[in-house]
Design a binder for this molecule. Sequence first.
Ligand SMILES: *Cc1c(COP(=O)(O)O)cnc(C)c1O
Length: 377
Amino acid sequence: MSAVLPGLQRAFSAGPSRASQRPIRARIDLAALVHNAGVARRLAGDTRIWAVIKADAYGHGLFPVAQALADAVDGFALLETETAVALRQAGHAHPVLLLEGFFSPEDLPAVHHYGLTPVIHTPAQLQMLAASPWRPAAAYIKFNTGMNRLGFRAVDLAAVRQQLLDLGVRELTLMSHFAEADTAVGIAAPLALFRQAQAMLELPCSLANSATLIRYPEARGDWARPGIMLYGSSPFAEIPACQLGLKPVMSLESRLIGIQSLEAGERVGYGGLFVAPAPLRIGVVACGYADGYPRQAPLGTPVAVAGCPSRVLGRVSMDMLMVDLSAAPAAQVGSPVTLWGEGAGGVVDVDAVAAAAGTISYELFCALAPRVPVTWQ
Ligand SMILES: *Cc1c(COP(=O)(O)O)cnc(C)c1O
Protein backbone atom coordinates (compact mmCIF):
# COMPACT_ATOMS: atom_id res chain seq x y z
CA MET A 1 0.00 0.00 0.00
CA SER A 2 1.33 3.41 -0.90
CA ALA A 3 2.73 5.47 1.94
CA VAL A 4 1.52 8.65 0.30
CA LEU A 5 -2.20 9.08 0.78
CA PRO A 6 -3.70 11.22 -1.96
CA GLY A 7 -5.98 13.89 -0.68
CA LEU A 8 -4.81 13.62 2.89
CA GLN A 9 -1.93 16.03 2.93
CA ARG A 10 -4.00 18.92 4.15
CA ALA A 11 -5.55 16.98 6.98
CA PHE A 12 -2.14 15.74 8.05
CA SER A 13 -0.15 18.89 7.60
CA ALA A 14 -2.58 21.56 8.79
CA GLY A 15 -2.00 22.18 12.44
CA PRO A 16 -0.15 24.37 14.86
CA SER A 17 3.19 23.61 13.21
CA ARG A 18 1.91 25.22 9.99
CA ALA A 19 0.48 28.29 11.65
CA SER A 20 1.77 31.46 10.09
CA GLN A 21 1.60 35.14 10.94
CA ARG A 22 0.66 35.86 7.33
CA PRO A 23 -3.00 36.59 7.84
CA ILE A 24 -4.66 34.31 5.28
CA ARG A 25 -6.83 31.52 6.72
CA ALA A 26 -9.48 29.09 5.55
CA ARG A 27 -12.09 28.40 8.18
CA ILE A 28 -14.31 25.34 7.86
CA ASP A 29 -17.66 25.57 9.62
CA LEU A 30 -18.54 21.98 10.49
CA ALA A 31 -21.95 22.94 11.93
CA ALA A 32 -22.85 24.43 8.55
CA LEU A 33 -21.71 21.19 6.90
CA VAL A 34 -24.02 19.16 9.13
CA HIS A 35 -26.83 21.64 8.47
CA ASN A 36 -26.38 21.19 4.71
CA ALA A 37 -26.40 17.40 5.14
CA GLY A 38 -29.75 17.87 6.88
CA VAL A 39 -31.03 19.75 3.82
CA ALA A 40 -29.91 16.84 1.63
CA ARG A 41 -31.52 14.39 4.07
CA ARG A 42 -34.89 16.15 3.92
CA LEU A 43 -34.81 16.19 0.12
CA ALA A 44 -33.78 12.53 0.03
CA GLY A 45 -36.64 11.21 2.17
CA ASP A 46 -36.14 7.45 2.41
CA THR A 47 -33.26 7.51 -0.06
CA ARG A 48 -29.92 6.79 1.56
CA ILE A 49 -27.07 9.25 1.16
CA TRP A 50 -23.49 8.83 0.04
CA ALA A 51 -21.67 11.98 1.11
CA VAL A 52 -19.25 12.66 -1.72
CA ILE A 53 -15.92 13.47 -0.06
CA LYS A 54 -13.57 13.03 -3.03
CA ALA A 55 -10.72 15.51 -3.53
CA ASP A 56 -10.06 15.92 0.19
CA ALA A 57 -13.77 16.60 0.72
CA TYR A 58 -13.76 19.23 -2.04
CA GLY A 59 -10.78 20.88 -0.32
CA HIS A 60 -12.47 20.97 3.10
CA GLY A 61 -10.36 18.24 4.76
CA LEU A 62 -11.20 14.55 4.51
CA PHE A 63 -11.01 13.51 8.16
CA PRO A 64 -12.73 16.47 9.84
CA VAL A 65 -15.51 16.34 7.23
CA ALA A 66 -16.00 12.57 7.52
CA GLN A 67 -16.09 12.81 11.28
CA ALA A 68 -18.59 15.68 11.28
CA LEU A 69 -20.86 13.85 8.79
CA ALA A 70 -20.61 10.40 10.38
CA ASP A 71 -24.07 10.50 11.98
CA ALA A 72 -25.68 12.61 9.24
CA VAL A 73 -25.16 10.37 6.19
CA ASP A 74 -25.22 6.67 5.29
CA GLY A 75 -21.89 6.28 3.51
CA PHE A 76 -18.94 8.02 1.92
CA ALA A 77 -18.07 8.23 -1.78
CA LEU A 78 -14.52 9.00 -2.89
CA LEU A 79 -11.88 7.94 -5.39
CA GLU A 80 -8.73 6.29 -4.06
CA THR A 81 -8.63 2.91 -2.36
CA GLU A 82 -5.83 4.27 -0.17
CA THR A 83 -8.07 7.10 1.06
CA ALA A 84 -10.87 4.62 1.80
CA VAL A 85 -8.44 2.48 3.80
CA ALA A 86 -7.34 5.56 5.75
CA LEU A 87 -11.01 6.20 6.63
CA ARG A 88 -11.38 2.61 7.81
CA GLN A 89 -8.20 2.92 9.87
CA ALA A 90 -9.61 6.11 11.41
CA GLY A 91 -12.55 4.00 12.61
CA HIS A 92 -15.22 4.70 9.99
CA ALA A 93 -17.29 1.56 9.39
CA HIS A 94 -19.69 3.24 6.91
CA PRO A 95 -20.19 1.85 3.44
CA VAL A 96 -17.59 3.38 1.11
CA LEU A 97 -18.23 3.81 -2.61
CA LEU A 98 -15.21 4.06 -4.93
CA LEU A 99 -16.57 6.36 -7.64
CA GLU A 100 -14.08 5.25 -10.30
CA GLY A 101 -13.84 1.71 -8.98
CA PHE A 102 -10.39 0.16 -8.82
CA PHE A 103 -7.53 1.13 -11.09
CA SER A 104 -5.25 -1.87 -10.77
CA PRO A 105 -5.35 -5.46 -9.48
CA GLU A 106 -3.30 -4.14 -6.56
CA ASP A 107 -6.39 -2.30 -5.30
CA LEU A 108 -8.39 -5.51 -5.01
CA PRO A 109 -7.09 -7.03 -1.74
CA ALA A 110 -7.95 -3.79 0.09
CA VAL A 111 -11.31 -3.50 -1.68
CA HIS A 112 -12.12 -7.00 -0.47
CA HIS A 113 -10.61 -6.75 3.00
CA TYR A 114 -12.12 -3.37 3.90
CA GLY A 115 -15.53 -4.03 2.37
CA LEU A 116 -15.36 -1.22 -0.18
CA THR A 117 -17.92 -0.92 -2.97
CA PRO A 118 -16.26 -0.27 -6.34
CA VAL A 119 -17.98 1.20 -9.37
CA ILE A 120 -17.51 -1.15 -12.33
CA HIS A 121 -17.49 0.86 -15.54
CA THR A 122 -15.23 -0.89 -18.05
CA PRO A 123 -14.54 -4.45 -19.26
CA ALA A 124 -10.93 -4.03 -18.10
CA GLN A 125 -12.15 -4.06 -14.51
CA LEU A 126 -14.10 -7.28 -15.09
CA GLN A 127 -10.91 -8.86 -16.40
CA MET A 128 -8.98 -7.74 -13.32
CA LEU A 129 -11.69 -9.19 -11.09
CA ALA A 130 -11.75 -12.48 -12.95
CA ALA A 131 -7.97 -12.82 -12.56
CA SER A 132 -7.95 -12.02 -8.83
CA PRO A 133 -8.91 -14.12 -5.83
CA TRP A 134 -9.96 -10.89 -4.07
CA ARG A 135 -13.51 -9.90 -4.97
CA PRO A 136 -15.83 -7.40 -3.33
CA ALA A 137 -19.20 -8.44 -1.91
CA ALA A 138 -20.88 -5.40 -3.45
CA ALA A 139 -20.38 -3.35 -6.60
CA TYR A 140 -22.07 -0.59 -8.58
CA ILE A 141 -22.57 -1.13 -12.31
CA LYS A 142 -22.17 2.15 -14.16
CA PHE A 143 -24.55 2.74 -17.01
CA ASN A 144 -23.49 5.35 -19.59
CA THR A 145 -26.77 7.16 -20.22
CA GLY A 146 -25.24 9.85 -22.42
CA MET A 147 -22.48 11.60 -20.50
CA ASN A 148 -20.05 9.41 -22.45
CA ARG A 149 -17.50 9.52 -19.71
CA LEU A 150 -17.59 6.26 -17.73
CA GLY A 151 -19.92 3.30 -18.08
CA PHE A 152 -21.38 0.49 -20.13
CA ARG A 153 -23.96 0.82 -22.86
CA ALA A 154 -27.47 -0.54 -22.37
CA VAL A 155 -26.87 -3.63 -24.54
CA ASP A 156 -23.98 -4.76 -22.34
CA LEU A 157 -25.59 -4.38 -18.93
CA ALA A 158 -27.18 -7.83 -18.61
CA ALA A 159 -23.89 -9.54 -19.46
CA VAL A 160 -21.97 -7.39 -17.00
CA ARG A 161 -24.44 -8.23 -14.27
CA GLN A 162 -24.13 -11.95 -15.05
CA GLN A 163 -20.32 -11.83 -15.04
CA LEU A 164 -20.30 -10.12 -11.67
CA LEU A 165 -22.74 -12.66 -10.22
CA ASP A 166 -20.61 -15.48 -11.64
CA LEU A 167 -17.57 -13.92 -9.92
CA GLY A 168 -19.41 -13.96 -6.60
CA VAL A 169 -20.17 -10.23 -6.50
CA ARG A 170 -23.78 -10.40 -5.36
CA GLU A 171 -24.92 -7.02 -4.03
CA LEU A 172 -25.32 -5.06 -7.24
CA THR A 173 -26.64 -1.56 -7.79
CA LEU A 174 -27.19 0.16 -11.12
CA MET A 175 -25.88 3.71 -11.28
CA SER A 176 -25.65 6.58 -13.70
CA HIS A 177 -24.51 10.20 -13.65
CA PHE A 178 -26.30 12.98 -15.52
CA ALA A 179 -24.50 15.50 -17.68
CA GLU A 180 -27.23 18.15 -17.60
CA ALA A 181 -29.07 17.98 -14.30
CA ASP A 182 -28.02 21.58 -13.66
CA THR A 183 -28.97 22.97 -17.09
CA ALA A 184 -32.23 23.66 -18.90
CA VAL A 185 -31.85 20.40 -20.84
CA GLY A 186 -32.51 18.31 -17.74
CA ILE A 187 -32.49 14.54 -17.29
CA ALA A 188 -35.65 13.27 -19.01
CA ALA A 189 -33.94 11.38 -21.85
CA PRO A 190 -31.17 9.68 -19.83
CA LEU A 191 -33.62 8.93 -17.02
CA ALA A 192 -36.00 7.17 -19.41
CA LEU A 193 -33.10 5.11 -20.73
CA PHE A 194 -32.08 4.28 -17.19
CA ARG A 195 -35.56 3.21 -16.08
CA GLN A 196 -35.82 0.85 -19.05
CA ALA A 197 -32.55 -0.85 -18.16
CA GLN A 198 -33.39 -0.93 -14.49
CA ALA A 199 -36.74 -2.63 -15.17
CA MET A 200 -34.93 -5.30 -17.16
CA LEU A 201 -32.16 -5.87 -14.61
CA GLU A 202 -34.26 -5.44 -11.45
CA LEU A 203 -31.49 -3.80 -9.46
CA PRO A 204 -31.54 -0.99 -6.90
CA CYS A 205 -30.25 2.30 -8.26
CA SER A 206 -28.20 5.42 -7.61
CA LEU A 207 -28.57 8.49 -9.82
CA ALA A 208 -28.61 11.77 -8.02
CA ASN A 209 -25.81 14.26 -7.51
CA SER A 210 -26.71 17.53 -5.76
CA ALA A 211 -28.44 19.11 -8.77
CA THR A 212 -30.54 15.99 -9.41
CA LEU A 213 -31.42 15.55 -5.74
CA ILE A 214 -32.63 19.15 -5.51
CA ARG A 215 -34.42 19.42 -8.84
CA TYR A 216 -35.66 15.94 -9.72
CA PRO A 217 -37.45 14.08 -6.90
CA GLU A 218 -38.31 11.33 -9.39
CA ALA A 219 -34.62 10.46 -9.69
CA ARG A 220 -33.66 10.17 -6.03
CA GLY A 221 -33.21 6.42 -6.37
CA ASP A 222 -32.13 4.16 -3.52
CA TRP A 223 -28.87 5.99 -2.82
CA ALA A 224 -28.18 9.63 -3.69
CA ARG A 225 -24.68 11.09 -4.10
CA PRO A 226 -24.69 14.76 -3.07
CA GLY A 227 -21.36 16.58 -3.03
CA ILE A 228 -21.30 20.32 -3.62
CA MET A 229 -24.51 21.07 -1.70
CA LEU A 230 -22.94 19.63 1.47
CA TYR A 231 -20.25 22.30 1.16
CA GLY A 232 -22.87 25.03 0.89
CA SER A 233 -22.70 25.91 -2.80
CA SER A 234 -25.45 25.92 -5.36
CA PRO A 235 -25.16 23.49 -8.26
CA PHE A 236 -27.28 25.90 -10.34
CA ALA A 237 -25.87 29.01 -11.97
CA GLU A 238 -29.19 30.85 -11.56
CA ILE A 239 -30.14 29.92 -7.98
CA PRO A 240 -28.08 31.24 -5.06
CA ALA A 241 -27.18 28.72 -2.35
CA CYS A 242 -29.03 30.65 0.37
CA GLN A 243 -32.27 30.16 -1.58
CA LEU A 244 -31.70 26.43 -1.32
CA GLY A 245 -31.31 26.72 2.45
CA LEU A 246 -27.58 25.99 2.27
CA LYS A 247 -24.94 27.61 4.47
CA PRO A 248 -21.35 28.32 3.41
CA VAL A 249 -18.86 25.90 4.94
CA MET A 250 -15.49 27.26 3.77
CA SER A 251 -14.58 30.87 4.42
CA LEU A 252 -11.38 32.26 2.95
CA GLU A 253 -10.22 35.21 4.99
CA SER A 254 -7.26 37.52 5.12
CA ARG A 255 -6.36 41.11 6.01
CA LEU A 256 -5.17 44.29 4.39
CA ILE A 257 -1.38 44.53 4.51
CA GLY A 258 -1.08 47.83 2.65
CA ILE A 259 -2.98 50.91 1.50
CA GLN A 260 -2.31 53.15 -1.49
CA SER A 261 -3.89 56.50 -2.27
CA LEU A 262 -4.05 56.92 -6.02
CA GLU A 263 -4.32 60.02 -8.15
CA ALA A 264 -6.61 60.01 -11.16
CA GLY A 265 -4.92 58.20 -14.05
CA GLU A 266 -2.61 56.04 -11.89
CA ARG A 267 -2.54 52.37 -12.66
CA VAL A 268 -2.76 49.28 -10.46
CA GLY A 269 -0.81 46.00 -10.51
CA TYR A 270 0.84 43.96 -13.26
CA GLY A 271 0.09 45.24 -16.72
CA GLY A 272 -1.53 48.36 -15.23
CA LEU A 273 -4.89 46.74 -15.95
CA PHE A 274 -6.87 49.13 -13.78
CA VAL A 275 -6.61 52.88 -14.17
CA ALA A 276 -8.04 55.07 -11.39
CA PRO A 277 -10.69 57.34 -12.97
CA ALA A 278 -10.45 59.70 -10.00
CA PRO A 279 -8.50 59.85 -6.74
CA LEU A 280 -8.99 56.45 -5.08
CA ARG A 281 -7.95 54.63 -1.92
CA ILE A 282 -7.12 50.99 -2.53
CA GLY A 283 -6.18 48.15 -0.19
CA VAL A 284 -3.64 45.37 -0.70
CA VAL A 285 -4.86 41.96 0.51
CA ALA A 286 -2.57 39.08 1.53
CA CYS A 287 -4.16 36.60 -0.87
CA GLY A 288 -3.11 35.64 -4.37
CA TYR A 289 -3.30 32.85 -6.85
CA ALA A 290 -0.67 30.86 -4.94
CA ASP A 291 -3.27 30.68 -2.15
CA GLY A 292 -5.88 29.32 -4.55
CA TYR A 293 -7.61 32.59 -5.43
CA PRO A 294 -8.41 32.56 -9.17
CA ARG A 295 -6.01 34.68 -11.23
CA GLN A 296 -8.82 35.04 -13.78
CA ALA A 297 -10.92 37.08 -11.31
CA PRO A 298 -11.58 40.28 -13.24
CA LEU A 299 -12.19 43.86 -12.19
CA GLY A 300 -15.30 43.93 -10.02
CA THR A 301 -15.10 40.42 -8.55
CA PRO A 302 -16.86 40.73 -5.17
CA VAL A 303 -14.89 40.81 -1.94
CA ALA A 304 -15.71 42.26 1.50
CA VAL A 305 -13.44 44.53 3.54
CA ALA A 306 -14.06 45.62 7.13
CA GLY A 307 -17.75 44.79 6.81
CA CYS A 308 -18.18 46.69 3.54
CA PRO A 309 -18.70 45.36 0.02
CA SER A 310 -15.74 45.91 -2.26
CA ARG A 311 -14.32 44.72 -5.56
CA VAL A 312 -11.08 43.41 -6.96
CA LEU A 313 -9.00 45.94 -8.94
CA GLY A 314 -6.23 45.09 -11.39
CA ARG A 315 -4.62 41.71 -11.90
CA VAL A 316 -4.55 39.14 -9.11
CA SER A 317 -0.89 38.38 -8.42
CA MET A 318 0.77 35.39 -6.80
CA ASP A 319 0.57 36.59 -3.21
CA MET A 320 -1.62 39.69 -3.28
CA LEU A 321 -4.65 41.30 -4.78
CA MET A 322 -5.89 44.87 -4.67
CA VAL A 323 -9.33 46.08 -3.66
CA ASP A 324 -11.37 49.26 -3.92
CA LEU A 325 -11.78 51.01 -0.56
CA SER A 326 -14.20 53.73 -1.71
CA ALA A 327 -17.06 52.07 0.17
CA ALA A 328 -14.84 51.23 3.18
CA PRO A 329 -13.37 54.55 4.33
CA ALA A 330 -12.50 53.17 7.78
CA ALA A 331 -10.43 50.31 6.35
CA GLN A 332 -6.76 50.34 7.32
CA VAL A 333 -3.82 47.97 7.44
CA GLY A 334 -4.99 44.97 9.46
CA SER A 335 -8.66 45.30 8.48
CA PRO A 336 -10.31 41.91 7.88
CA VAL A 337 -11.07 40.78 4.33
CA THR A 338 -13.41 37.98 3.29
CA LEU A 339 -12.54 36.49 -0.10
CA TRP A 340 -15.49 34.09 0.11
CA GLY A 341 -17.79 32.71 2.77
CA GLU A 342 -18.71 34.47 6.01
CA GLY A 343 -15.94 36.13 7.94
CA ALA A 344 -14.93 39.21 9.89
CA GLY A 345 -14.59 41.09 6.59
CA GLY A 346 -18.20 40.44 5.60
CA VAL A 347 -20.17 37.95 3.53
CA VAL A 348 -19.21 36.96 -0.03
CA ASP A 349 -21.00 34.28 -2.03
CA VAL A 350 -18.35 31.88 -3.35
CA ASP A 351 -20.58 31.15 -6.35
CA ALA A 352 -20.48 34.85 -7.29
CA VAL A 353 -16.67 34.85 -7.09
CA ALA A 354 -16.53 31.69 -9.20
CA ALA A 355 -18.95 33.09 -11.79
CA ALA A 356 -16.92 36.30 -12.08
CA ALA A 357 -13.77 34.24 -12.61
CA GLY A 358 -15.43 32.03 -15.22
CA THR A 359 -15.35 28.89 -13.11
CA ILE A 360 -17.42 27.06 -10.48
CA SER A 361 -17.10 26.94 -6.72
CA TYR A 362 -16.01 23.28 -6.93
CA GLU A 363 -12.78 24.40 -8.58
CA LEU A 364 -12.15 27.22 -6.12
CA PHE A 365 -12.60 24.88 -3.15
CA CYS A 366 -10.38 22.18 -4.62
CA ALA A 367 -7.71 24.73 -5.53
CA LEU A 368 -7.23 25.99 -1.97
CA ALA A 369 -3.45 25.89 -1.71
CA PRO A 370 -1.58 23.79 0.83
CA ARG A 371 0.12 26.93 2.16
CA VAL A 372 -3.19 28.27 3.49
CA PRO A 373 -3.64 27.26 7.14
CA VAL A 374 -7.03 25.66 7.74
CA THR A 375 -9.04 25.68 10.95
CA TRP A 376 -12.09 23.52 11.57
CA GLN A 377 -14.72 24.68 14.03
C1 LIG B 1 -18.54 14.18 -7.85
C2 LIG B 1 -19.68 13.25 -8.11
C3 LIG B 1 -20.92 13.45 -7.49
C4 LIG B 1 -21.22 14.67 -6.66
O1 LIG B 1 -21.61 15.72 -7.51
P1 LIG B 1 -22.09 17.16 -6.96
O2 LIG B 1 -22.39 17.93 -8.17
O3 LIG B 1 -20.89 17.71 -6.22
O4 LIG B 1 -23.22 16.91 -6.06
C5 LIG B 1 -21.90 12.49 -7.67
N1 LIG B 1 -21.68 11.42 -8.45
C6 LIG B 1 -20.51 11.21 -9.09
C7 LIG B 1 -20.34 10.02 -9.96
C8 LIG B 1 -19.47 12.12 -8.95
O5 LIG B 1 -18.32 11.93 -9.60
